[in-house]
Design a protein around this ligand. Structure first.
Ligand SMILES: *[C@@H]1O[C@H](CO)[C@@H](O)[C@H](O)[C@H]1NC(C)=O
Ligand SMILES: *[C@@H]1O[C@H](CO)[C@@H](O)[C@H](O)[C@H]1NC(C)=O
Length: 287
């Protein structure tokens, strides 16, 4: 029973994760509100994973060293911003309105109960020593879902949901979900243009994407797992110290495989600086 259930959950997660990207498989311009990874341990380890994947697989499409911005997505959707006469050119008036709506957010206020917005990797539920997962074409590092990240995601959702393209397309994988989840997912798609928000927000860093894997699934997956196991053994000893702080959120254009294009940033908003922790215990320990 437990293993049937485990299998179901695994399969189910696979469907959900595959769905993150299937939503954007058409020609529209998708925009991604995200946390650009700050310089630090988390970014270093994401780049390390990407380098190992790129070295071992010539089909690896993600390049966190030049083409793509290492990031954590807060909200990714198809926003209705194109000029009516040209699908690929954005209406700058509308883009400016959208950016104003992010700008209006008082981040100090919404994060007033969060002393900081920490970023760290999250171990797998069923294996506390595993900090990555491979799912079809994608290799991802799950990120700890903190209140801060959830608040930021929820906030940009409510600021931007009025810009989503209507009518929204419900991705076909949603129809395969069990009924109660299907209804909830359809509801999120209709409201926010994305099923992967609110209770389904699962922050992660995409470090690999390789469409060849779907064809030679077994062999490529096995080699990716070997590479990522090597990465995991390098990451594991530093897991407790590997904590960075989100400095800003940014708006960018979405590339293939859930990436954010590095040279197409459209907006950048700093988060409030971490407030000083007044803890005498810590001060003593530091001397
Ligand atoms: C651009 O968007 C603005 C504001 O939404 C609208 O008034 C204007 O007609 C749009 N221009 C084009 C060329 O679509
Ligand atoms: C933002 O919120 C903080 C805390 O609630 C407040 O002190 C500050 O004046 C606000 N800033 C603006 C620009 O409204």
């Amino acid at each position: 029973m437990a293993s049937i259930l485990g299998g179901f959950v695994r399969q189910h997660l696979a469907v959900i994760v595959a769905g993150v990207f299937l939503v954007q498989a058409c020609d529209s311009v998708y925009l991604d509100v995200h946390i650009p990874l700050p310089e630090g341990c988390v970014k270093y380890n994401a780049l390390l994973a990407n380098r190992l994947l790129r070295r071992s697989n010539s089909h690896e499409e993600v390049n966190l060293f030049s083409t793509h911005q290492p990031h954590i997505t807060l909200y990714l959707a198809d926003f209705e911003l194109e000029q009516t006469d040209d699908d690929k050119v954005l209406n700058q008036t509308r883009v400016a309105e959208m950016k104003d709506d992010i700008e209006k957010t008082n981040f100090t206020q919404i994060l007033s109960n969060e002393p900081s917005c920490q970023l760290s990797l999250q171990a797998a539920h069923n294996d506390p020593s595993l900090f990555y997962f491979v799912n079809g074409a994608y290799t991802m590092l799950p990120v700890q879902k903190t209140d801060c990240l959830q608040i930021l995601s929820d906030t940009v959702l409510s600021a931007l949901k009025s810009y989503i393209r209507k009518p929204v397309k419900v991705p076909s994988w949603v129809n395969d979900l069990p009924e109660s989840e299907r209804i909830a997912a359809i509801n999120r798609v209709e409201k926010y243009g994305s099923p992967n928000v609110k209770e389904s927000f699962s922050p992660h860093i995409t470090v690999g994407y390789d469409t060849e894997s779907s064809e030679a699934f077994q062999a490529v997956t096995t080699s990716k797992i070997e590479v990522m196991d090597k990465w995991n053994s390098l990451y594991k000893p530093v897991q407790n110290e590997c904590v960075d702080e989100a400095l800003a959120i940014a708006l960018g254009r979405n590339g293939e495989g859930g990436t954010v294009l590095a040279n197409a940033r459209m907006g950048y908003w700093e988060l409030p600086k971490k407030r000083e922790q007044k803890s005498p215990g810590v001060a003593v320990a530091e001397q």
